[in-house]
Each structure stands twice: as C-alpha cells, then as structure tokens.
Design a protein around this ligand. Structure first.
Ligand SMILES: Cc1ncc(COP(=O)(O)O)c(C=O)c1O
Length: 377
C-alpha cells in the first residue's frame, strides 16, 4: 500500500477529488519540470541539437519500462486518437473483415475505425455490454477467423469494467487478428505487460493515470509494423536528423524502430520533462502498488455506499482504480451540482456515477463523499 501522497499535489483540504479518470491533478515536481521547460525556451541559445533527442529518448525508455517493452518500439504522440489513427493506417482490413470494439467505447477508439471500415469495405462488430459484467468472455465470443482488428481498452472508461487483455491478445494471435489497445484509462494504475497482451499497438494519453500533461502520449508499436507509414513527415524522424547542418540532404530512411511514428516537434521542451517527472514517480510507486492502494480505497467507498443503497460494480470484474455506483431509481436530479457545491468531484457516465480516486485521496475525502451523497438522496 502507498501511504497518502497528498502533500505532493496542490489539493486544498476541502477539495475531495475523485475524478482521476477525467484528468489527474499534477504533482508539484511535474509542475516544476514544466515551468523549467517553459523557462528554458526563453533562452534558446542554451538549447543545443542534442537536447532535441535527449528528452524523447528518456521518455521512451521510461514508458517502455512501465509496460515491459523496448524503448525502440515507442513513439511520442500528442493524443490517443493520433496513435489509434496510426494503427488504423498500418493494419490492413480486407473487404468484409471485421473490426471489434466495445459498446460505449471512448470515441477516439471508434470514429477512426468507422472511417477505415468505410474505406476498405470492412465491417464492424460492437460487443454489447454483457449482462453478467464479463467483458472478456463477450469479446472472446466476438472474435473469429474473419476478425481483422480488435480495438479495446484494458478497462471500460465509464465504470472500469475489466478486460483480460492477455486472454484477448492470445485469441487475436490464434486467428491472425491485430490487437490495438487504448490504455489511457489504465496505464500507470493497472499493471500491463505488452508481451503478455500480444499488443500490436499499445497507446496511452498522459493526462490521466500517467499523471502527466495534456497533449502528450506514447505508443508502443510491435516490430512487425516498423516499416509502416507515419501520419506525418516529421524531419526529426528521418535518419541523420541529429546533424542540423545536413537536413536538406533529404533522405528516405527513418530513425530506427517506432521513431518514424513520432509526432512533429517531438522534442516538446515543456511537456516531455513533465511526462518524464510523472513517469519517474510512477516507477517509484509501481503500478501494482497503485492498483492495490486504489482497489482498497474503492472497496471502502463501495461498502459505505452500499449502506446508502447504492449498487457497486462487482470488484472481480472491474479495475480497482475505478468504481461505478448505480442508484436504484437513477441518479437524483442535480446530483453533480450538489456534490460540486460541497467540493466533491466525480463524473456521471450513463447512469453510473464514476468514482476514480488516486493516492492523494484520504479518509476525510471519503467521509465528505459519503456524507454529501447521503444528503443528496
Ligand atoms: C478511454 C479513453 N481514451 C482516450 C481518451 C482521450 O483521447 P484523446 O487523447 O484522443 O483526446 C479518453 C478521455 O477521456 C479516454 O477515456
């Protein structure tokens, strides 16, 4: 268990923030890294060509280590949608072949597949929300020899419904389908092993469970796609770009590995240091310890909410960093406003109240959440 880390954050005592799935707050060392990065750009004469590569390489290594991958396989991207669009550009879909997604999946991992299936004559399978909450069995059921791509998260963004990615990845491998994972709602708070999941593309935006800045993310690309087509033609991604005097000796060859998929202006001088500081802290905590700590916290909240008549998602079928709470008669009108007035922050997704804590939450936050809910019912 990780002891409460509230002092690392800028969280007033009277704010009970249970909305990490919306956006994580930044730790003070992450803010300091960003501030230093902005100040650095004010003195460009101190930035040398090697600095353009050092930040991305450090970040690639930290991201790779978090998922048991290789730094060479990691690309720096601005958003999950960018990574998923890269996957969509590089995985073939034959006419009538299927792309499998989940009902209610986050739009960044849906629209691009709709477009690709329209372009290729492919088809869509949307796995219905299973009555028994077992997404893994429902997904496995939907995969067959005609499946080109399975594109899912590790847990559902609305309520944390858990997917056994090793089982799904193994099945994809058996039928020759590609597995594209959007880990934005889990990476950092849920252990993930890219090899065990057989992931072709494993993608995450930084601003939620990776505790980093907005407008930055990372993507692990399996080596079989390393000859693929990037979305854009970023000069840094070309071989030899370290030599700024020779950039107009245009070249067809790329930097090694997944670097060809890097976004333009890869060397973002304020966002990358922030992501690096956040990733370093996550490594110190470890995703396994974050998961254990948050599972304990959501378990406590679920038990206390049950006393108010709220129905919690089954802990065996949800990721521990998420809790979906349902109200027997639907959510009371104005619930979010009442909670926000009491400075309690959660989300409503569908008819489920999404409670997503992190290591900054304490017992007083939980008391405030429960008492405000009691007063709102
Ligand atoms: C599952 C999931 N993926 C991705 C994102 C963010 O997508 P993007 O980085 O494309 O804005 C979110 C945001 O809520 C999300 O819940």
């Amino acid at each position: 268990m990780i002891p409460c880390q509230r002092s690392l954050f800028d969280l007033p005592d009277d704010v009970a923030y249970f909305n990490c799935a919306y956006m994580s707050p930044l730790m003070q060392p992450v803010v300091a890294a960003g501030t230093a990065g902005v100040a650095r750009k004010a003195r460009p004469w101190e930035i040398v060509p090697a600095d353009f590569f050092a930040g991305p390489e450090r970040a690639r290594g930290l991201f790779a280590d978090l998922i048991g991958g290789a730094a060479d396989n990691v690309a720096v991207i601005p958003a999950a949608s960018y990574g998923i669009a890269t996957a969509a550009r590089n995985i073939p879909i034959a006419r009538n072949q299927r792309v499998v997604v989940l009902a209610g999946q986050f739009p960044s991992n849906v629209y691009v597949w709709r477009e690709r299936t329209r372009e290729t004559g492919g088809r869509f399978t949307t796995v219905r929300r299973p009555g028994d909450g077992d997404w893994t069995a429902a997904i496995l059921d939907a995969i067959d020899d005609n499946t080109a791509i399975v594109a899912t998260p590790n847990c559902h963004w609305t309520d944390g419904g858990l997917i056994d990615v090793a089982a799904v990845g193994g099945r994809c491998r058996e039928v020759g389908a590609a597995f594209v994972l959007d880990l934005t709602q889990s990476l950092g708070a849920l252990p993930f092993d890219v090899a065990a999941a057989h992931a072709d593309f494993a993608i995450a935006a930084c601003y939620k469970w990776l505790m980093g800045p907005y407008s930055l993310g990372f993507m692990h690309v399996a080596p079989r796609y390393h000859e693929g087509r990037p979305l854009e033609h970023n000069w840094m991604a070309r071989a030899g770009s370290e030599d700024f005097t020779a950039l107009v000796n245009y070249r067809n060859d790329f930097q090694p590995g997944a670097r060809r998929f890097d976004m333009g202006e890869t060397a973002n001088f304020h966002l990358l240091p922030m992501a690096i500081a956040a990733l370093e802290q996550l490594h110190a905590w470890t995703p396994a310890a974050v998961q254990a700590t948050l599972a304990d916290m959501t378990g406590t909240i679920a038990a206390r909410a049950a006393g108010l008549g709220l129905i919690a998602s089954d802990p065996r079928l949800r990721a521990g960093h998420f809790l979906g709470l349902r109200f027997p008669g639907g959510p009371p009108d104005g619930l979010l406003d009442r909670l926000a007035e009491a400075r309690v922050h959660v989300s409503l997704r569908g008819d489920s109240m999404r409670v997503t804590p992190h290591v900054y939450n304490n017992a007083a936050d939980i008391d405030r959440l429960i008492e405000t809910l009691r007063a709102s019912l």
